[in-house]
Structure formats: structure tokens, C-alpha cells
Design a protein around this ligand. Sequence first.
Ligand code: ZN
Length: 219
Amino acid sequence: MRLIKTVKYVGEMELLSGLSIKGSGNDLSIGGADSEVIKNPITKMPYVPGSSLKGKMRSLLELKYGKLGSEKKKGQLIEDSTPCKCGRKDCFVCTIFGAHMKPGAESAPTRIIVRDCDLSEASVNLVKAIPLENGGFLEEKAENIINRKDGTAGSPRVMERVPAGLKFDVNIVLQIFEGDNEQEMKAKVEEALSLIEDSYLGGSGSRGYGHVKFTGEWV
Ligand SMILES: [Zn+2]
């Protein structure tokens, strides 16, 4: 296979609500580690791992196009919530995002590279202006789990989240190989981003976290 070129989607992701990255995704589950935004250990600045963004893009496309993984049980095809692992050349999910657990699939190689999203320079300057005494710019939000049986509050936890209004740099690369439909691939990437806008990124989305907006262009 011949690599013809690489194209890049370069832009920004603006937080319209607070963002919590490490969430269980299950609003009723407790007992795990508290949700925490991932921070660069050197700069202490929060960032969105490329794997988080890529995973969300993929799973929302799979949901929309009925591409979630499935396996045969007792002769019946049972859908599960794992990523598509068909590995077929005509499967856009496996072609763009890679066949799940199948590195040598005919759809290989994976076309997309999603870089980590760092805080934009303007947002870094914004948060650097905030004094650290009050715990810095990360919001700490105390939440309780209400026991549905007796209405008592238990297991209080502190959620750390990146406040609304900050922006992250977005950098997505598509490798275009001979025979690839470049326009379709770009359209699917854009569609995935717009599906995230209609959904959420990170943990606790059903409670209003992770509402984001993308702006960017192909270069
Ligand atoms: Zn597939």
C-alpha cells in the first residue's frame, strides 16, 4: 500500500461546560477513584488525551451506524458494546480507527492519528493569571450520591473539572493511502466531532459535563 499524503484537521475545542476526563461513565457507580482531569505532570496543565477523543469519536460513529462489535453465541449474532473488529476493507470504522484487537486486518493500517489536546496558548495565559492560593483554576465540585432507598446522602466525592470557557488545541491527522476515499474519510471525522458536540466528552455527561464545541479546518 502506498501512502499518498496526510491531511490534518487543525482547530480548537471549546468547553461549553466543565470537563471531567476520568469518569466511570456510569453515574450510579461509586467506590472507584474520583474523577480527575488528566494533568501534564511537568506543566500541571490539564489536557485531553488523544485516546479519549479518538475513542469517543469512534464509539459515537459505531452507535450511529450500527457498527458495534458482535459475537456469535449459540449460532446467534449478539451485539456487544466493544469496538468493531470486523477488519473489513469496506468498513469505514475499522479503516479509519483500526480493527479492534486485529492488527493485521485487511483494513489496516489505521488511518487516523489523534494528538493529545493541550490547552490553547490563550487559555494557558488566562489560567496563569489566576492565583494558585484558591486551588488554582480547576473547579472542585462536591457531589453526593443519594441513596435511592432511604434518600440519604452518602459517599461524598470531589469532582475536579476544567471550567467552561477554556479551549484546547485539536490536531487530527488522516493518512490517505492509494484507493482511499479522502472526502468520505474527512466527512466521517467531521461527523464524529459533531456527534460529540451533540453528546459529551469525558465523564458524567448526563449531568451536564463535557459539552464541547469544535471549530477547525483541513490543512
Ligand atoms: Zn469494522
